[in-house]
Design a protein around this ligand. Sequence first.
Ligand code: CTP
Ligand code: MG
Length: 258
Amino acid sequence: MSNEKYTAIILAAGKGRRMGTDVPKQYLELDGHPILFYAIEAFEKSPVQDIVLVTGDDEIDYCKEKIVKRYGFSKIRTIVTGGKERYHSVYEGLRACENTDYVLIHDGARPFVNAEMIQNAMQEVKKYDACVCAVPAKDTIKISDENNFTKETPDRKYMWIVQTPQTFSYTKIKTAYERMLESSDVSVTDDAMVMEQFGSQKVKLIMGDYNNIKITTPDDLIAGAAILKSRREMKGRFKMEREFWEQGFRNRDLETGI
Ligand code: CTP
Ligand code: MG
């Protein structure tokens, strides 16, 4: 791609409280593989050079054995322990990066990130230094008061559902995180917010994918299984189409002798 170095930070240190299972949701199986496997696989196959995996303290051995070794991943440079909140985990991931120009911060609970999204983020971050994947909101979004009465209806054309990867210049996001951690009042839910509030860079929204869902509650497992199934069928269909065309070319070669 270029000489720049890219590192993916994959977050898997959450407890998955909204899922309500004993095992944190990123280790639940979807189609025979832990949910976390899918995101790692996408980055492993992408042009990023390094992956930093952030997990719970007592999950490091599990990840080494049941994920890195089992699937033969070769880009995971290190596995570090996360923190109490997502932003603590991100900061631990940032601290563990080695000489990188850009970081792609990704939720391990988003298994359906794909090659196009990763490549697009890698391109766009060179232009903007801060870009996050998002999709236009399809529904009308309401802002309510504390009693759930509607207060405001922002114009839908400016509403986006934000996803990961969120991709940044390494020095700019690390500086923003350090400033945030020095402040007393922290309430951020994604990395873009850290840049907006404590950083120097405007954040560009780039196209994500409606299938790039975060597995959060049990119904997301059903949606996830459906997405995987449709992916498999698509693959099957593309394979059939490719075989059809290749066969056509072979026949033509035989006919024309070219
Ligand atoms: N995450 C993390 N460290 C934390 C909290 C979250 O690494 N302290 C990770 C999760 O593992 C997940 C991603 O950040 O991949 C997005 O977080 P979320 O969906 O909120 O996951 P959980 O915090 O695990 O779930 P819940 O909020 O329901 O407890
Ligand atoms: Mg959470």
